[in-house]
Design a binder for this molecule. Structure first.
Ligand code: ZN
Length: 264
């Protein structure tokens, strides 16, 4: 009997020791923090991974642009996903008051809903680009669907403004060689961006201003939006815009459209 108790006790103690070792409850958390050497900005800004983006830029020089010409102290403000009848008119008012020309990448479906706002964009001398009909992820589309997205939008922009744009921006920055070739065949320049102000990411006015102030260099193409899916989402960015323009000007920058900034 005693022998049995001793054996059971021994087994129990051994089990406790083994389980403690396996779970290692005394181990201090000394693992290094995750690798922070990858620039967060690049990961956030390009849906395509940064290496792939660089390789594509190299391969499709003259067609794919993340940045404009850095020889002059120019920046290009760009506004995506509109027009709408709320933020776009407010942004247009600010640009008019400040005497700034920007470039708007138009979603065809939105143009169809708010043609008078698109007409105003064109009348006030801003650049216009094609940003697909309803903002799909392009790598998920067949070639026929891709061409359709572009063509429908092109026709709608032309119907409303009588303009023919040769600028295109991919939704979410998602891109690959096949898409660029198709766009190239259709006569488009593909315009991505070098700075994303994070205007849709819940940032405050000052955070938005800081991003641009820190990252701006001659030739920067700045991505912002003129349509939000959540009410109030772009309030901070619209509030930041006049100051952003003043700050960049005080650092010697001139505002030009994308057409101008990509010229050699
Ligand atoms: Zn977009």
């Amino acid at each position: 009997m005693n022998k049995n108790i001793r054996t059971i006790t021994l087994i129990l103690i051994t089990t406790v020791i083994i389980s403690a070792c396996v779970k290692n409850p005394f181990k201090r958390v000394t693992d290094p923090s995750p690798d922070t050497t990858i620039p967060v900005r690049e990961l956030q800004d390009y849906n395509t991974n940064p290496e792939q983006a660089r390789a594509l830029q190299e391969e499709y020089q003259g067609t794919l642009f993340y940045k404009g010409n850095s020889a002059k102290r120019y920046v290009a403000l760009t506004f995506d996903d509109g027009p709408d009848n709320f933020y776009t008119p407010r942004i247009l008012d600010i640009l008019r008051d400040k005497g700034v020309k920007a470039t708007f990448f138009i979603v065809g479906k939105q143009a169809n809903t708010f043609p008078e706002v698109l007409r105003r964009i064109a009348l006030e001398g801003h650049g216009i680009g094609n940003h697909t009909w309803d903002h799909p992820k392009l790598p998920n589309l067949s070639t026929v669907e891709l061409v359709n997205e572009i063509q429908l939008t092109e026709n709608e922009i032309h119907r409303i403004t009588e303009l023919k744009t040769r600028l295109f921006r991919t939704p979410y920055g998602s891109i690959n060689g096949t898409i660029i070739k198709e766009l190239q065949n259709m006569g488009y320049k593909v315009i991505e961006w070098s700075i994303y102000s994070r205007d849709l990411k819940g940032k405050t006015k000052n955070q938005i201003l800081d991003v641009v102030k820190k990252e701006v260099t001659p030739g920067s193409i700045i991505l912002q939006h003129c349509r939000a899916t959540i009410p109030g989402q772009l309030n901070a960015a619209v509030e930041a815009l006049p100051e952003m323009i003043d700050q960049l000007r005080s650092h010697g920058y001139d505002f030009v459209t994308v057409d101008t900034i990509i010229q050699k």
